[in-house]
Design a protein around this ligand. Structure first.
Ligand SMILES: [Zn+2]
Length: 201
């Protein structure tokens, strides 16, 4: 069943790129975004594009194993991280990935987790209704072998539950939600909290 039209998804991904570029979260050709179209397909940003300059022509569709469905664009290098998340979390609607200064610096200095304590914005995450909380975000080691990285992260999720975000050390942030608007809120909330942590240091 098609849950979201390609055109609407492409428009939302283009808009997300503009917003995140304006915040400095997707320098050069970094970052990648996707939206679930159906049980079998997702729309994702093409490899090597500047996210602030995207058009609908830079968005393509792949299946849940990253195989291109139509067109001759190459999907994002990190497509395997997206497809693993959609396969693991059936209700997932969108996945967003940013490369900000705060994510990069904070994840380099962290251990296996980052603990974000007592932030009002934590409430944007599911199951949290008070600022009196510690949000624990896993930090995984970076790896250019995306399939190996995706499999390692998936194994951790199998053990610990999927959570709602993770960081890749010295690289960036992944977060997700049932729809792209909520996923964007989560990026904004996490980037805000990580920037606060950076200023505190
Ligand atoms: Zn990346």
């Amino acid at each position: 069943m098609e849950t979201s039209s390609f055109n609407a998804a492409a428009e939302a991904l283009v808009e997300t790129g503009r917003r995140f570029d304006a915040r400095g979260w997707v320098p050069a050709s970094s970052g990648n975004f996707s939206i679930r179209l159906s049980d079998e397909r997702l729309a994702i940003t093409a490899s090597g594009r500047h996210k602030g300059e995207l058009t609908a022509a830079d968005i393509l569709t792949v299946d849940m194993h990253g195989k291109v469905q139509e067109g001759d664009l190459r999907p994002s290098y990190e497509t395997g991280l997206h497809t693993r998340l959609y396969r693991r979390i059936p209700q997932l609607g969108a996945v967003l990935h940013t490369h900000s200064v705060a994510c990069t610096v904070i994840s380099r200095q962290a251990g296996h987790n980052i603990e974000l304590r007592d932030y009002e914005l934590s409430k944007i995450f599911e199951g949290i209704d008070s600022h009196e909380v510690t949000l624990r975000i896993p930090v995984y080691e970076n790896d250019q072998d995306i399939e190996a990285l995706a499999a390692m992260i998936d194994a951790r999720m199998e053990r610990d539950g999927p959570g709602q975000a993770y960081l890749i050390r010295g690289h960036g942030l992944y977060t997700w939600a049932g729809d792209i608007r909520t996923a964007r809120y989560r990026v904004e909330a996490l980037e805000f909290m990580l920037e606060c942590e950076l200023h505190t240091k």
